[in-house]
Write a protein that binds this ligand. Structure first.
Ligand code: AQP
Length: 337
């Protein structure tokens, strides 16, 4: 039996932050040698909210470069851009036609983002989870490493796959592989620096709410210095009255590669004046090598072009085979068949 298949991606909707890194990309890097991996920049998802075309193009390349800078190894992983594989949009259409509308209307992320969009909310935003299901199912993914916020979308992906199998497959002939989510506890939900009850997000209007992977040491220092805390002395995890405290300790834990118990013991007697510089130095040290590698990659644009072209060819082969399988099962005649 071959290695399990892994698929995941990030939208090029802005600067990647510590939530994207710790909730997703770092986990991809840590377990990449145990699997065959496909990591995409999901640019079709980025247009489900209003966007600037020039910025989208720049962000798409920046995110592919960040995957490499964070440590994605091309010997076991393929990096590609979603919109360059037409099978994603095509399978999404087929899945749209088997997905009940009320499954999508239940999605929490849609409800939250739709409120922000008001009357301009697009059909694309509602349909986002079906496109995400297509992204995953095209690659016969066994595992999908994501942050906690994507759990509901992954459950939907599983339900859609089961429905296709039920409607068009047989017990002996499974059409789509049903994937498992891979959500690690540490880093799965990094919260905003300005409100410990809200997730850290690219679309938060305040830059002070997040630490971007590419923030300079000065920016990191300023953000941590001003981040929201509380007046209590002594730091602790999992106190619902102190969401900021739990979040900042959690950040320190994952960035310093320690266990929760070790961090809880180290920081139990600390005040914020002692803890904030410690977190600042740890964040700067963790991000510095990524930033250096990122600059080296961008200095050689030809290299990134080659990575993405090779990635497109590899991803296309796998995606097209799955699409053909689904189309045949649904009764479409394929050319030459
Ligand atoms: N705060 C977070 N904590 C842990 N994981 C997170 N992820 C996102 N935010 C956090 C994980 O990052 C991966 C890529 O996310 P995405 O770009 O596809 O979209 P998102 O989840 O909507 O991320 P953002 O940053 O919050 O973007 P906007 O503001 O555009 O909505 C996913 O695996 C996600 O779980």
């Amino acid at each position: 039996m071959g290695k399990p298949r892994v698929l995941s991606g990030v939208q090029p909707t802005g600067n990647l932050h510590l939530g994207n890194y710790l909730g997703a990309i770092r986990n991809w890097v840590d377990s990449q040698y145990d699997s065959e991996n496909f990591f995409c920049v999901v640019d079709l998802h980025a247009v489900t909210v209003p966007h600037d075309p020039t910025v989208l193009a720049e962000n798409t390349r920046a995110i592919a470069a960040l995957y490499l800078a964070c440590g994605i190894d091309l010997s076991c992983s393929t990096i590609f851009v979603q919109s360059q594989i037409s099978a994603h949009a095509e399978l999404a259409w087929l899945l749209n036609c088997v997905t009940p509308l009320n499954w999508l209307e239940r999605m929490i992320q849609f409800k939250e983002k739709a409120v922000k969009q008001g009357e301009n909310v697009s059909v694309g935003l509602l349909d986002y989870p079906v496109l995400m299901a297509a992204d995953i199912l095209l690659y016969d993914a066994d595992r999908v490493p994501v942050g906690e916020d994507q759990k509901q979308h992954l459950e939907l992906t599983r339900d859609i796959a089961l429905r296709v199998n039920h409607q068009f497959g047989t017990e002996d002939k499974v059409i789509l592989k049903v994937p498992d989510p891979a959500i690690r506890k540490a880093g799965a939900r990094v919260m905003s620096l300005t409100d410990g009850t809200k997730k850290m997000s690219k679309s938060d209007p305040s830059e002070m709410s997040r630490i971007a992977i590419l923030d300079s040491p000065d920016e990191i220092r300023k953000k941590i210095k001003r981040c929201k805390t509380d007046p209590v002395r002594g730091l602790e995890f999992d106190n619902p009255e102190r969401p900021e405290c739990s979040n900042l300790l959690g950040l320190y834990q994952v960035l310093s590669n320690q266990t929760q118990e070790a961090v809880a013991a180290e920081c139990a007697e600390m005040g914020w004046g002692q803890f904030k510089p410690l977190l600042t130095d740890t964040a700067i040290a963790a991000l510095e090598p990524i930033q250096k590698k990122y600059r080296e990659i961008l200095d050689d644009p030809g290299y990134l072009d080659t990575v993405l072209k090779d990635g497109q060819a590899k991803a296309n082969e796998v995606a097209q085979a799955t699409l053909n399988r689904v189309k045949a099962a649904m009764g479409f005649s394929l050319p030459g068949v």
